[in-house]
Ligand binder design. Structure first.
Ligand SMILES: Nc1ncnc2c1ncn2[C@@H]1O[C@H](COP(=O)(O)OP(=O)(O)O)[C@@H](O)[C@H]1O
Ligand SMILES: [Mg+2]
Length: 266
C-alpha cells in the first residue's frame, strides 16, 4: 500500500524534461566525405562497410515492432572494443530508416567519445545536464547537416557518474524519452560493465542492451560475467567486432567487420 502511494508521489514530482526534436537540434557541417573520413559508414547503405550496421538495425527494428522496445544501451565488458564506433554507426543506419526518429545519447559520462567521432566540439554535455548546470537537453542537441539524427553528446571530464545516472533528473529524462511518440528510438552509448556500476544502473532503466565483444580480445568469461552483472535487463544481441573470419568477412575485405551474433543471447 505504502509503495503505491510513494510511487505516485515520485511520479507527480518528476519535472518534465523536453526531449529535443530534429528541428530543435543545432545543425553542424556534415557531408558524405566527412562521414567516411571519420569511419562513419552507417549513413550510406550503398557502402559495403555499412552492411553489418544495417543488419543490426534490422534486428533492432524487429524488436521494436515485436516487443515495443525503443530505448537501447550499447555496452561492453571492457573499454576499447568498439562500443562507441558501433553506437555511432548503428545510430547512423537507424536514422536512415523511414518513419523512425533516432537520438544517439552519450552516457559514457567519463569517457564520452560520440562528439569526437563526429568531430564536433562539446563545451557542455549530458554530464552538465545531469548535474543540473544545463537546464534543458535542447541546449545540447546537435544534428549533422542533411541527416535525421539527433545527438546528445557529453564531454570528457571526471564525473560522479553512478550518482548522476541514478539521479531523479536521469529518471525524469528516461520518463520523457518514453513519452515521445512510439517511432522515436534512443541509442545510449554506455561505459564498460567492469569500469564501475554505471552500465548496470542504466540498463535497468532501458528496454534492452546490445553487448559488443571484440574477437580475440573479449574472453568468454568476461562476456558471461558482464551478462551476469546486467541480468536485470534483456540482451538484444551480441556484436562481434573486428570479426576477421567466417561468414561476413568476404563481403568487407579490409579486415574490417562488426559481425552480429545471437550466440550469447539469453
Ligand atoms: N570495426 C572497426 N573498424 C575500424 N575501427 C574500429 C572498429 N572498432 C573500433 N574501431 C576504432 O577503435 C577505437 C576504439 O573504439 P571505441 O568505439 O572508441 O571503443 P569503446 O567505445 O568500446 O571504448 C576507435 O578509434 C574506433 O574508431
Ligand atoms: Mg566508448
Amino acid at each position: 500500500m505504502t509503495e503505491v502511494v510513494m510511487t505516485k508521489i515520485t511520479s507527480d514530482l518528476r519535472p518534465e524534461v523536453p526531449i529535443p526534436t530534429l528541428q530543435e537540434a543545432q545543425q553542424f557541417d556534415w557531408s558524405t566525405a566527412t562521414a567516411k573520413q571519420r569511419g562513419i559508414y552507417g549513413f550510406d547503405s550503398r557502402d559495403v562497410r555499412s552492411r553489418p550496421f544495417n543488419m543490426l538495425r534490422s534486428r533492432l527494428m524487429k524488436l521494436h515492432r515485436n516487443k515495443g522496445w525503443r530505448l537501447f544501451g550499447i555496452v561492453s565488458a571492457t573499454p576499447g572494443v568498439g562500443k562507441s564506433f558501433i553506437a555511432t554507426n548503428l545510430a547512423a543506419a537507424l536514422s536512415r530508416t523511414p518513419g523512425v526518429d533516432t537520438t544517439l545519447l552519450d552516457l559514457d559520462l567519463r569517457r564520452g567519445s560520440i562528439a569526437s567521432n563526429f568531430g564536433i566540439p562539446v563545451e557542455r554535455g549530458m554530464r552538465n545536464f545531469l548535474e543540473g548546470t544545463v537546464p534543458t537537453l535542447g541546449e545540447l542537441a546537435v544534428h549533422p547537416e542533411g541527416e535525421r539524427l539527433v545527438i546528445l553528446p557529453t564531454d570528457n571530464a571526471p564525473a560522479r557518474s553512478a550518482e548522476l545516472l541514478s539521479s531523479p533528473r536521469m529518471d525524469a529524462m528516461v520518463a520523457s524519452m518514453r513519452a515521445r511518440p512510439t517511432h522515436s528510438l534512443f541509442l545510449c552509448d554506455l561505459p564498460p560493465v567492469f569500469a564501475n556500476d554505471d552500465a548496470a544502473i542504466i540498463t535497468t532503466k532501458l528496454d534492452a542492451f546490445i553487448m559488443i565483444v571484440e574477437e580475440g580480445r573479449t574472453t568468454r568469461k568476461q562476456i558471461q560475467d558482464a551478462l551476469h552483472v546486467l541480468d536485470q535487463a534483456p540482451c538484444a544481441g551480441v556484436v562481434l567486432n573486428r570479426f576477421d573470419g567466417g561468414l561476413l568477412a568476404d563481403s568487407y575485405g579490409y579486415g574490417y567487420g562488426a559481425g552480429y551474433s545471437d550466440y550469447y543471447n539469453k
